[in-house]
Design a protein around this ligand. Structure first.
Ligand code: ADP
Length: 180
């Protein structure tokens, strides 16, 4: 099957569901015959962006590095799934404007839900003031104004979100296995 290169960029607060959804979509697209790569923010910070901090400048550098690699792979027919908080609107737009095809996916849930989920135990720490510059608590997050996909993970199940993502992928010309 001919693969269509694209960047599917998941942005949102910690614990919103970016990694979970990107992994689920990765499996579907792989099974549909595409070449797929997943660049996860946490993993990138261990390697490509090791040593960067959480100032605006460092966060932007991190996003630009991810964007550079994602766009490079996409040019060669890979579907690249990026899951990274990527809090600044202008920087997301800058990197996504260079993608051959793109979807900006806003993974959204209210802060109260995220603090209850607290998947990584970080919100409790941030609320105690132990993590300076924690996005959504003590650091800004600029939601997309016109995302290609807006998911509310407190209202839609993982499967429902996945269906919406598969339909959005189809809209930009990526063949998927459409589920009933
Ligand atoms: P992020 O990558 O945004 O930091 P994670 O994917 O690591 O977030 O964690 C999201 C958590 O929310 C997981 O424990 C996941 O099971 C849960 N969750 C609940 N509903 C959904 C949903 N509809 N989509 C994605 N994740 C969900």
């Amino acid at each position: 099957m001919t693969s269509t290169g694209a960047v599917i960029w998941f942005t949102g607060l910690s614990g919103a569901g970016k990694t979970t959804l990107a992994r689920a979509l990765e499996v579907c697209l792989y099974e549909a015959g595409h070449r797929v790569e997943h660049l996860d923010g946490d993993a990138v910070r261990e390697h490509l962006s090791k040593g960067l901090g959480f100032s605006r400048e460092d966060r932007d550098t991190n996003v630009r590095r991810i964007g550079f690699v994602a766009n490079l792979l996409a040019k060669h027919g890979v579907i690249v799934l990026v899951s990274a908080i990527s809090p600044y609107r202008a920087t997301r737009q800058e990197v996504l404007s260079q993608a051959p095809r793109k979807l900006e996916v806003f993974v959204d849930a209210p802060l109260e839900v995220l603090t209850q989920r607290d998947v990584k135990g970080l919100y409790a720490k941030a609320l105690r003031g132990e993590i300076p510059q924690f996005t959504g608590i003590s650091d800004p997050y600029e939601p997309p104004l016109l995302p290609d996909v807006h998911l509310r993970t407190d209202q839609q199940s993982l499967q429902e979100c996945l269906e919406v993502l598969l339909q959005a992928a189809e809209r930009i010309g990526i063949r998927t296995r459409v589920r009933a």
